[in-house]
Design a binder for this molecule. Structure first.
Ligand code: KG4
Ligand code: ZN
Length: 375
């Protein structure tokens, strides 16, 4: 008898909790829909090694603060445990600065947006827990965002320095963890046409830089040195991969063997030829990306083409994409500060999710693996 009563009490508690959840979610939805003209969003990004917080007024960025974690340079790559600890130290001051710079008080916020995945789980958990607590404390909606969609939607941030693409468009998303060609049908509907089978292009840049004794992250350093070198000095092989997929691990290995062979003959080889080596690596990497992009345009007939992600800060890919305007493409190149990981791009996805009434509750969990096609 006692067990029966206890069971009923437990069942009653859980059904009451679900009713409260759904009432509060619907209340927040109604509240937000009444005020959609004036939305103030606080967005938080913590998927890898940069802690970011941004404040948006509708689709316009009021502040975009990033704390880079220099600690990883000592190790030549991101150390997950150190990254989550640094996020814990950075998140409060970064959020504080973002609000201060935007001149917005916590009580003016309409919703809190955070990166749900993909990324390092420990890092994601810091942002997720912070966002959930803040949304609950302020009693405002919570919006979880897919980091890969955010790189693409960075193009929709209202900013004089960039243009918004028209649907459908193709987006080459190139970062430290991903390389993919995405067909973007609408703000939140994306389809992968091709992606890397092994290393990401940013990883190829960073690993090649490590081979050359350059600091992490090596992508920007290779780009800088390449601009003073001869791109035809050394020839690196082009991977043979079917369709619109990519592969970069073979290229990385061939760079390693080439450098080992040459330094065995001349220990000063890297030092004497660093600019030419970087220019030759950059030429090969960009030719792989551009060839697949041309193929995607031919295959789909879509000539609206964007680039996104950390590697889209690269000077050569930006130049070669722009040149394709001569072939009738309409190209979209993001503003520098929206290429590498940042919270403003998380905020813009939150803005579109809010317009779609697609809000989350505290049960939302961070997830290390998430495709751009997932919600
Ligand atoms: O998007 P992102 O900030 O982080 C991920 O989501 O992965 O991308 C970081 C990657 C790093 O691999 C970095 O070396 C690369 O972007 N990167 C560049 C340049 N700037 C950043 N690669 C080549 N040229 C650049 N100018
Ligand atoms: Zn990223």
């Amino acid at each position: 008898m006692f067990t029966f009563v206890l069971l009923n009490v437990i069942l009653f508690y859980f059904s009451l909790r679900n009713v409260i959840y759904s009432i509060s979610k619907n209340y927040l939805k109604t509240k937000i829909l009444q005020t959609t003209k004036e939305i103030y969003l606080l967005a938080i990004e913590s998927s890898c090694d940069d802690t970011g917080a941004a404040v948006l007024h509708n689709d316009t960025v009021l502040s975009n603060i990033i704390a880079n974690q220099d600690i990883h340079a000592e190790y030549g790559g991101v150390v997950p445990e150190l990254a989550s600890r640094a996020h814990q130290q950075n998140i409060v001051p970064v959020v504080h600065r973002a609000l201060q710079k935007a001149n917005i008080g916590k009580n003016q916020l309409s919703a809190i947006v955070f990166t749900k995945g993909p990324g390092l789980l420990g890092s994601l958990l810091v942002g997720t827990s912070f966002a959930k607590s803040m949304a609950q404390a302020l009693n405002i909606p919570l919006l979880s965002v897919n980091h890969m969609q955010a790189h693409v939607l960075a193009h929709f941030i209202n900013d004089d320095a960039q243009q918004k693409p028209e649907f459908p468009f193709l987006c080459l998303t190139i970062s430290g963890g991903h390389t993919q060609i995405v067909k973007v049908n609408s703000h939140l509907d994306m389809e992968i046409l091709g992606e890397t089978l092994d290393d990401a292009v940013g990883e190829c840049y960073d690993k090649s830089a490590k081979i050359l004794g350059l600091d992490y992250p090596g992508g920007p350093l290779i780009d800088k040195l390449a601009q003073k070198g001869n791109p035809d000095a050394f020839a690196f092989p082009k991977p043979k991969v079917d369709g619109l997929d990519f592969s970069f691990s073979g290229l990385k290995t061939s760079i390693l063997y080439f450098v080992q062979k040459e330094t065995a003959k001349n220990p000063l080889f890297i030092e004497e030829h660093i600019e030419d080596i970087c220019a030759s690596i950059q030429k090969r990497i960009v030719s792989i990306l551009m060839d697949k992009l041309e193929k995607a345009v031919k295959q789909t007939g879509i000539t609206q083409v964007a680039i996104a992600g950390g590697v889209s800060a690269n000077s050569e890919i930006r130049k070669q994409l722009k040149d394709k305007e001569n072939d009738g493409w309409t190209t979209y190149i993001p503003k520098f500060e929206y290429t590498t990981d940042n919270a403003a791009m998380i905020g813009i996805v939150g803005y579109y999710k809010l317009l779609n009434n697609d809000i989350d509750d505290v049960k939302t969990v961070a997830t290390a693996r998430l495709s751009v096609e997932d919600k």
